[in-house]
Ligand binder design. Sequence first.
Ligand SMILES: [Zn+2]
Length: 721
Amino acid sequence: MQRFAPFSAGLLDIAHKRQGQSSVVLGNSEIIAEVHVLNFRLLLTAASLLIAAAAWGQTTSQPPIWASKPDVTAFEKIVNDHLAAADSAVKNITAVKGAHTIANTLTPFDEAVRNINAAAYLSGLMSQVHPETAFRDHAEQMVQKASAAQTALSLNHDVYQTLSALDVSKADAATRYYVQRYLLEFRLAGVDKDEATRTQLKKLNDELTKQQVDFDRNISDDQRKIEVTDAKELDGLPADYIEHHKPGADGKIYISTNYPDYIPAITFAKSDSLRRRLFETFSNRAYPKNKEVLENMMKIRYQIATLLGYPSWADYNAADKMIKNGSKIGDFIGEVKDAADPIAKREFEMQLAEKHKADPNATEIGDYETGFLSESVRRAQFNFDSQSVRPYFPYQGVKKGILDTAATIFHVGFKQEEGAPAWDPAVETWDVIDKGKVIGRFYLDMHPRPGKFSHAEMAPVLDGIRGKQLPEATLVCNFPQPTADDPGLMDYSDVVTFFHEFGHLVHHILGGQQQWAGITGITMEGDFVEAPSQMLEEWMHSPQVLATFAKHYKTGEPIPAELVARMNRATAFGRAIWVSRQNSFTALSYDIYKTKPEDVDLDAVTLAGQKKYTPFTPLPGTHMYTAFGHLAGYSSAYYTYLWDKVIAEDFFHQFNQANLLADPTAMRYRRTVLEPGGSTSANDLVRNFLGREHNMVAFQKWMGQEFESRDGAGSERTAAK
Ligand SMILES: [Zn+2]
């Protein structure tokens, strides 16, 4: 991603792909890719606004995004109008004669931000969800256009000069923070540098973008496969998988490195040889091609960082984050290691005991084996089959349950706008109500469609500006669609994903009541954004919460507390091992960007990290770094996921676990963490809620939860107190 957009945080993250774990592999859904999300403000004439409002009897005067039902031409006009409005706002800033004031400088700047965001959000969303291919293609072109406008503003030297000369000493704290934060982003983009340096930076950034595109493309283009000559090697895999993998005309079965092929095979196939071959092939995708591309990226990034006065890319990249500098990433990795190691060791021993059933003398576990052994332990020792909970998760019941839960804990109401127009008939439109007043709107686009974005994300639709524009967002998911004779039963991991994405949505809406577009909603530092969403996932483990909505689709019987307890124990198993592997990826992402690129030997650094942070033996001859896409996009900031997990658990442990639905802590959390949006540093939000810095205590407890409850004192007993 380009880092130099002053409002980049608002466009960062949130929409992301979640993959890497099939529904049967429980817990810890791994977020392994990120896409930019986009949002939108509909400009309608007052007349069409009134007509639109009258048509479906809405409760707010702000028409839903699709009120004008635009065709491609009308859609492009909406986006172009936003970009033109942004352009003229920027011209107004630089045309000011005399003293620059908040009214004649910051106000038009924020208008430009709001309009470019609106253009980008709408184009991005439509490129992902519009049912027509041609429409999506046009939207994709508008994404490029909006992105170019974003870049141009973020590099506008005149705008930087006027903003830096603006006297905000008498303004409120949020306004002062806004200006200070965006000036930092301008400086990180080098906008304050002389022209020769700016030209050089532009060249470097263009080259970096090209290398990033190559890196990603080399990964997606390099789908590999292995041959299986003996069908017995598929033993252990689900029947439908075997059914889809019949020998071809040449008598051979092929298993590809695509996730739907790869994940079940690496998790369930009993054949050690098959898993080893598949893992080796998987871990060599884009090798050797991407080795050089990655080295190029490291060199370019180092040059950018040093040109801007930072000792390394890791330091440069951390400068506008909560973590602030590279060495703190290193410290964090060490703390995670200390917290995870003792528990990972216990989990490793359990896997080793499982391995001894087939190989009594084994002393090591290969990294290609851990997925399979983890699953075996879950089945053998935790007596939990993820299929057993599905009947309690019919889509409609889960949707109602999650909305009701959020409404209860955050003291808001949700009301569906019946008949509101949307881009697809399956999309639902909902109002968010606080004390009788509509404070936001969201769209649920929850089921698969041909050509639709295939993962799960929260995509902002409108930035919330107090008294001016309600925040809006869309959940784009791919959950089973209920029909007349199919309740649309959801997997455990689907329900977790729903909670997660809804956590982003609530954050965007409740935080979307600021004075400025540039600091509203989820615009805070990029390394905080995943904390509130990960925290809401924890509600999924509460028997009290589940009992309110997880009801058997046939009998209506609430999910038994005993089943929840078993589910919680089983899903807790393997967390420390997962953390240790994530930590090794985090270390890789930091280690290759923390120093001069010529000092980095990619193979040696990768291997050293695997050995240091995980208990597993790396398979020789693999080069996973060439297919680890985040080394391009996230670069040195892969720590974000664990960082936010640590914060999320610390937050969660402030709540009364036995009574999550009536705990006043939720309101305090809403006020201190969610409502400020991006109007202050996330470091303040954390301190204000916890009354201290976050630490590893709750995170460590979370990792070891399967051992805590093994004595049978399941969480259902805790809840009954
Ligand atoms: Zn997320």
